[in-house]
Design a binder for this molecule. Sequence first.
Ligand code: PLP
Length: 412
Amino acid sequence: MNNRSSPVHAVINPFPVQNGELIVGGLPLSRLAARVGQTPFYVYDRHLLTQRVGELRAALPTTLKLHYAMKANPMPALVCHMAGLVDGIDVASAGELQVALDAGANPRDISFAGPGKRRSELQQAVAAGILINIESFREVVELAAIGDATGYTARIAVRVNPDFELKSSGMKMGGGAKQFGVDAEQVPGLLAEIGRSGLAFEGFHLFAGSQNLRPEAIVEAQGKSYELALRLAQAAPSTVRFLNLGGGFGIPYFPGEQPLDLAPIGANLANIVERAGHELPAAELVVELGRYLVGEAGIYVTRIVDRKVSRGHTFLVCDGGLHHHLSASGNFGQVIRKNYPVAIGNRMTPTELETVSVVGPLCTPLDLLADRMALATAQAGDLVVIFQSGAYGITASPQAFLGHPAGIELLV
Ligand SMILES: *Cc1c(COP(=O)(O)O)cnc(C)c1O
């Protein structure tokens, strides 16, 4: 809290404030809550999603394709909006595939990654005509069998578990022993099998990790991914037409974190695209992003039910909690719990702040949304807002835990 009159850092709050109230989708937050008819809810802003894609397009080379990894936020209306903005959708299950197809995404530009794809999911993916990022020798056998049984040829890329890591990443998903992809050193053998299988080989997929705020780490991983793909291409059964270099772009959540500087990443990708123009001339280059595209466009809104003081410490007890927003409680991948950016949405220009803890209604001490934070002095009925909530929110939370009502999502 570096500014007493504005408890939320400007970088973290992308919404306007009028008469002390957050304006979301053109409405004061309390009126939006009245229109929804209940709290808690998530709300995502179309305009912010569109703006984010525009900023990325401006920073990245024009021929580079931008995919949305929809596991970050699979709300159907949002995926529909994103499908109209990006060049492709990445799905991680047959359930997500259904949403992507319903959203109008072109099957040509949908790709499917994930360990443990079941036979039925592979069958659906082949029938849909999407690109399958294969992650094991077993998937080659299954897909060949599906081809024999149905006559549909699978379009495939090989997901490579690289021989390096994405440094200082929130979540590492490549390098070392991983359940994702096929180890780089096993890929030549896999490619030989693919060559014998009759599957339609299109290229490679590399995804090293998530939530990275250091451009130099992302630049290094993308450079190494390209070099690795170039090496593996020598063993490819046919021309490389697709190369997914991953993503991992992070967003700032916690005090001291700065937004990712896209300039060095864009410059490096321009370099790679240039090289690929003669080294892999048929290849379409792709980056796939989830959180970076949607995370900052959404908030979670929950109403204060009770305000109580326990041995001198004030608790704001809300109707929403970790059952809808596990990430904000610090239990989704964080090593040390830190507070998400939180504010009282109907008291955005407070004259006084007080140090409080914001908790949810669940009977567990884990249900903590803000731990000893300086917030506007608030009462029961006020609206707590958790920013940076557009990614890994409701679908990454244990909604059934304790039997509270399911969460609501809106796109404005
Ligand atoms: C989860 C995932 C993404 C999205 O990651 P973000 O950190 O949300 O950008 C992209 N690709 C793959 C393969 C993933 O598993």
